[in-house]
Write a protein that binds this ligand. Structure first.
Ligand code: CA
Length: 221
């Protein structure tokens, strides 16, 4: 999952980028509204974390501009402003949720999962695709009677494929979902992750489409 973090506080920004990164998200971090809107003009983000107090414009202005472009990307406001008026304004302008700083990281993650579940149109934290069940909260994967807790990146790769069952994702598309700006990505990084996943389950868990990429079939085998 590619995440855009819009946050001008260097300590909070660095800490969120690192912790979300460890949770398997590819986090691009910008510190003002103009850079945020530039970044959001490109596709590929699955979630926006938005601070309201930005140096060049109000965070709500970024949200408004984004929704004016008809973007449906989930936006979670993360702000120190705890007054009801700010929260109501944010939600009414199209934010999906609002979390007040300071917050517990686990609470942020739970809110993120809830927002993503709603976006995907299901109420549970489990995704079932073909023979695979992914638990978004625990990162446990079950496949044909085997269950394993996967490391963040391996889970993120399966999650990216499971979000679009039956669709082929190329190496480039997968790298885009899994790694943020400036990440050093080895040319065989995706192959290595798939190798580890297959070794834990079975080679059939991810299908290779020669020359095109990888996919997870929609229906059980
Ligand atoms: Ca701020």
């Amino acid at each position: 999952m590619r995440v855009l973090l819009i946050e001008d506080d260097p300590m909070i920004g660095a800490s969120l980028q690192s912790r979300l990164g460890h949770a398997g998200m590819a986090v691009d971090w910008v510190t003002n509204g103009a850079d945020a809107l530039d970044a959001l003009a490109a596709d590929g983000y699955g979630l926006v974390l938005l601070d309201l107090g930005l140096p060049d414009r109000p965070g709500l202005g970024v949200l408004e501009a984004l929704r004016r472009r008809k973007s449906r990307i989930p936006v979670l406001i993360v702000s120190a402003r705890d007054e009801v008026g700010a929260q109501v304004a944010g939600l009414d302008l199209g934010a999906d949720d609002y979390i007040v700083k300071p917050f517990e990281f686990d609470m942020l993650m739970a809110r993120i999962r809830a927002v993503l579940r709603r976006q995907a149109g299901h109420a549970e934290s489990k995704i079932v695709v073909g023979d695979i069940t992914l638990d978004l909260a625990s990162h446990e994967v079950a496949y044909r009677g085997l269950s394993q807790l996967l490391p963040a990146r391996e889970f993120a790769l399966l999650h990216a494929l499971a979000e679009r069952p039956g669709a082929i994702l190329s190496r480039h598309q997968l790298e885009d979902r899994l790694y943020g700006w400036g990440a050093e990505v080895e040319s065989n990084a995706i192959d290595v992750l798939i190798h580890y996943i297959r070794r834990k389950f079975d080679k059939d868990i991810v299908r290779n489409v020669r020359g095109a990429g990888w996919m997870i079939p929609k229906e059980p085998a």
